[in-house]
Design a protein around this ligand. Structure first.
Ligand code: COA
Length: 257
């Protein structure tokens, strides 16, 4: 049996590839589990500093949850299926390293929901992104109804969710759904360059900054500021902070090792 999730290492970057190209990388139950296992394992791997999530082949990032599997669900396993996918999205958000989506083609339904849980999204000019669930008589279940409005605002999110129509890459960029757009052949290199830039920064600072944003968006402002101050205090105790500032004063590049 072919592995439905592949992990390729390139220095400190891990590229996680959903590998069901004949099904446009649709996510069945086992693939979701394999993706979650990969994210949890890479989260704990000290040799990995950043993760790129992408799909196999040129046509699709991920064309959604596997409709064959979903078509058989009832009330109880329907809820469990949603929670199974949500657990993967939560693992990506909790990962202390940046997780970047490289979206080369279709990012639909559960596929867009995986991208929404990434820290940044980059698309090829050929990508199309949408939440078509209502056309199948269901609603998004892996966080789409919650994360999309937080990213693009309730009005635009409702337009995408209620019409089910996908948007092309340029429109996705305009509404803030993706961070950048590349020509198809330049997509992976472009996303790697962003990851490399992040890797050149203080690694603990990157992890704590991600944590401050990820946890802070769910908090009232006063509690978010408290969290930020706590994490700021924590980073102030590190050798990393001393090295970062010393390097600036000595007009040299910091050595994070
Ligand atoms: N679940 C299961 N299989 C899927 C799938 C999904 N979400 N998306 C695509 N596939 C399968 C197709 O059934 C087809 O399999 P087959 O060759 O065994 O028949 C294969 O992937 C290729 O897809 P196909 O529809 O032939 O490609 P296309 O280029 O004509 O159309 C899409 C591409 C993305 C527009 C179309 O596949 C589609 O609408 N997919 C469903 C998207 C969706 O609703 N996702 C949300 C699910 S909750």
């Amino acid at each position: 049996m072919t592995d439905t999730v592949l992990v390729e290492r390139d220095g400190r970057i891990a590229v996680v590839i959903v590998n069901r190209p004949d099904k446009l990388n649709a996510l069945d139950h086992d693939t979701i589990q394999a993706l979650r296992d990969a994210i949890v394992s890479l989260s704990a791997d000290a040799d990995v500093g950043a993760i790129i999530l992408t799909g196999s082949g040129e046509k699709a990032f991920i064309a959604g949850a596997d409709i064959g599997g979903l078509s058989k669900q009832g009330v109880l396993d329907g809820k469990a299926n949603a929670q199974h996918g949500q657990a993967l999205t939560l693992a990506m958000e909790a990962c202390p390293k940046p997780v970047l989506a490289a979206i080369q083609g279709w990012a639909l339904g559960g596929g867009l929901e995986m991208a929404l849980a990434c820290d940044m999204r980059f698309a090829s000019t050929k990508a199309r992104l949408g939440l078509p669930e209502v056309s199948l008589g269901i609603i998004p279940g892996y966080g789409g109804t919650q994360r999309l409005p937080r990213l693009v605002g309730a009005g635009k999110a409702l337009e995408l969710i209620l019409t089910g129509d996908p948007v092309p890459a340029d429109e996705a960029l305009r509404i803030g759904l993706v961070n950048g757009v590349f020509e198809p052949e330049a997509l992976l290199a472009g996303v790697r360059a962003v990851a490399e830039k992040i890797l050149s920064r203080g690694p603990t600072a990157v992890a704590l900054a991600k944590q401050a944003v990820r946890r802070g968006v769910h908090l009232p402002l006063a509690e978010g500021l408290e969290l930020e101050a706590d994490l700021f205090g924590m980073i102030s105790s590190t050798a990393e902070m001393k090295e970062g500032m010393q390097a600036f004063l000595e007009k040299r590049k910091p050595d994070w090792s």
